[in-house]
Design a protein around this ligand. Structure first.
Ligand code: SF4
Length: 701
């Protein structure tokens, strides 16, 4: 019996795995009630997580593309590692170290993320490394750094939700994406607190709300400006707090002066009266908590949108106050830790910046190399993929823990870039859509077959324990990294032992913003996780931040005056509706894992639309509809519901297709693509494809 954590989202629910026996050494998932974050509750993805163990599509031998047939064929580990290392060495000699790129994932353990960053900078010497977490919460990270001087998704435990007075959820469908967390909303309301949900769709989270605002996609920023306008006009700003704990409010005060409610209504579609109602509620409440998620963040103005909501929380004097403040609900399992330890293009372990001389000297000393040998900052995730195979761009890509073909924006273009590579190497447990394109595939362990730490959405470092041996022929990502590093004549060695790597990570992070130096596996086990920063073994960890000061040079939070620009692509006569994308309860991210779990429904994508829009284009519920944007098109059944705005359609992104539609316009600060809104056109298709289980055709670009 092993206490561990779910393989999927950032809640990292605790669960117990026991051996269920059988030929495939199956595991059984049971509740772990003592783990405080989920208290034994799991969503259906968690309960069925062991379904991938022994799956018939599980890869158990390395694959190499046969030059004669063009097909992938089985090979041995040494042959595959030798082949990849040989080609990488040749490329580096001929074209320089930046001809090789690395792409990581927000689901990798801290140990893997750390080793991957070190491998790129030391063994490959490349600056070209980034990861799919750039597409998750990087706008909130960027805003948090600007406003508070640090990026920890939630600066307080999730359970603080229950003790606040008003919870404002901006662009979060928490009840579907992390159902065990929804009990905090219920308990808050039982206490008499209020829940406000802001979303273009009336989701099951919105069904639990006391007030629901339904803005046009891409206008959350304008909504925040209008809200602060009203709070300022009514005298609700906590002037004493603003003077004592912040700087920059005068500029913000001026910037919101022109955002009267009727102007906000014209931009956002939210009635002026509803905005006034919300402003009155916030003004009369002792404790207000604002949480953003991808709905507010995945925009070309994502950073500014989050800053606008942080401005609201700061103006009310909430940040640093107990059971109040601002936070971001991170999405991927290790979305938080994955961005702290070096797989991001501009960072070194401990959330150190790669162009900071002191940071380089510290990390280089831990790694046993010269600071000058470390490369500088590389390209962000989308820019990296967009450069593949181009003149001056990388010619080889190593992918760990990411299914780019499904999850990248403007995916047809990105897939073409992958085709342009001289060498694509993918480490995965199944032949994902990206692995199927690779020249070499390494079969790697899954969560229950390896140990490693994750950092959940609260900044709580938790330990996923190995519960079973991997199938014969399967190795860890850490083995792949070490095997390649040795063959590339790395100047330093790479351990394959997670606990040893974590100890090194602790030393590398010591003194940094995300300081893990005082955390070890034994302590995590004993304390049900430890909150960073935790600089020494005697330090209690930091569940709540900002009580006395912020992580800026002077300890003061920063207001930022931001302006509404709107989505990069607005509806027009050719593309008249807004398209937004997101998740459904039974699937996770690119679906590479959950689509293969038999117990989870997999009916393919759909196009959710309002009855008024369906009438206008002549579509009935279940009928096939073609949705097109300037980048691609998709054929899928219509799902006609009254809960979405009539000017907006929604497509889930767990299958190939949705991201062929999405826009690659980037936020200038976070480099986050605008996944959450673009302009689209719908056409009714006469033939119905709605019979249960029929997977709709992807039409392509
Ligand atoms: Fe897993 Fe997230 Fe579901 Fe919890 S809420 S069981 S972590 S997918």
């Amino acid at each position: 019996m092993t206490n561990t954590h779910c393989p999927y989202c950032s809640l990292q629910c605790g669960m117990t795995l026991t051996a269920a026996g059988g030929a495939r050494a199956a595991l059984e998932v049971q509740a772990w009630p003592e783990f405080p974050v989920n208290e034994g509750a799991l969503c259906r993805k968690g309960w069925t997580a062991a379904g991938l163990r022994g799956h018939r599509e599980r890869l158990t031998t390395p694959l190499v593309r046969d030059l004669a047939t063009g097909e992938l064929r089985a090979t041995g580990w040494d042959e595959a590692l030798d082949l990849v290392a040989g080609q990488l060495s040749a490329m580096r000699s001929e074209h320089g170290p930046d001809s090789v790129a690395v792409f990581g994932g927000g689901g990798l353990t801290n140990e893997k993320a750390y080793q991957l960053g070190k491998f790129a900078r030391v063994a490959l010497g490349t600056s070209q490394i980034d990861y799919n977490g750039r597409w998750c919460m990087s706008s909130a990270a960027s805003a948090g750094n600007k406003a508070f001087g640090i990026d920890r998704g939630l600066p307080f435990p999730l359970a603080d939700i229950e003790q606040t007075d008003v919870l404002v959820l901006v662009g979060s469908n928490l009840a579907e994406t992390m159902p065990p967390a929804a009990r905090h909303l219920d308990r808050l309301r039982e206490r008499g607190g209020r829940v406000v949900v802001i979303d273009p769709r009336r989701t099951s989270t919105a069904d639990r709300a006391d007030q629901f605002l339904q803005p046009v996609p891409g206008t959350d920023l304008a909504l925040a400006l209008g809200l602060l306008h009203l709070l300022e006009a009514s005298g609700a700003v906590d002037e004493e707090y603003v003077a004592a704990r912040t700087v920059g409010f005068d500029d913000v005060r001026r910037s919101v002066a022109g955002w009267w409610p009727e102007r906000v209504e014209r931009v956002t579609g939210v009635a002026a009266g509803e905005l006034r109602e919300l402003a009155d509620l916030l003004a009369s409440s002792e404790r207000v908590m604002v949480l953003t998620a991808r709905g507010a963040e995945q925009h070309s103005q994502g950073t500014d949108t989050v800053l606008a909501w942080i401005n609201v929380a700061l103006a009310l004097g909430m940040c640093g106050k107990e059971h109040a403040g601002y936070g971001c609900l991170t999405g991927q399992g290790n979305g938080q830790g994955g961005r702290e330890h070096g797989q991001k293009a501009d960072q070194l372990p401990g959330y150190r910046m790669i162009d900071d001389p002191e940071a380089r000297a510290h990390v280089a000393a831990v790694w046993g190399v010269q600071p000058e040998s470390l490369p500088g900052r590389g390209r962000s995730a989308y820019e990296l993929l967009d450069a593949l195979g181009t003149t001056g761009g990388p010619k080889a890509l190593l992918v760990f823990g990411s299914n780019i073909v499904v999850s990248a924006p403007n995916a047809t273009h990105v897939t073409q870039r992958l085709n342009d590579l001289d060498l694509l190497v993918v480490a995965d447990m199944v032949l994902s859509e990206t692995a199927a394109m690779a020249d070499v595939v390494f079969p790697v362990t899954q969560w229950a077959e390896e140990s490693g730490t994750m950092t959940n959405l609260e900044g709580r470092v938790i330990l996923r324990e190995r519960a079973a041996a991997p199938p014969a022929g399967v190795r860890s990502d850490l083995d792949v990294i070490a095997g390649l590093a040795t063959r590339l004549d790395s100047p330093v060695g790479f351990s394959v032992e997670p606990e040893e790597i974590f100890a090194e990570l602790g030393r590398a992070s010591a003194g940094g913003k995300a300081d893990y130096a005082g955390i070890d596996y034994a302590r995590i086990r004993a304390e049900h996780g430890v909150f960073w920063p935790c600089p020494t073994a005697a330090h209690p960890g930091t569940p709540r931040m900002f009580a006395d000061s912020f992580a800026t040079s002077d300890g003061l939070a920063r207001f930022h005056a931001v302006g509404h620009v709107g989505a990069a692509e607005q509806p027009c006569s050719d593309y008249p509706v807004h398209l937004t994308t997101g998740r459904v309860l039974s699937q996770y991210q690119s679906g590479a894992q959950t689509r293969r779990v038999r117990e989870l429904p997999d009916n393919g994508p759909f196009v959710e639309m309002h009855p008024m829009l369906a009438d206008r284009i002549g579509v009935i519920d279940g009928q096939s509809v073609r949705i097109a944007t300037r980048r691609g098109q998709l054929l899928a059944p219509a799902r006609v519901v009254p809960t979405i705005r009539p000017d907006t359609v929604f497509v889930p992104f767990h299958w190939v297709g949705a991201n062929r539609l999405t826009n690659d316009a980037l936020d200038p600060s976070s480099r986050m693509p605008e996944f959450k809104v673009c302009a689209a056109v719908l056409t009714a298709v006469p033939v119905s494809v709605t019979t249960s289980g029929v997977v709709p055709e992807v039409v392509g670009a």
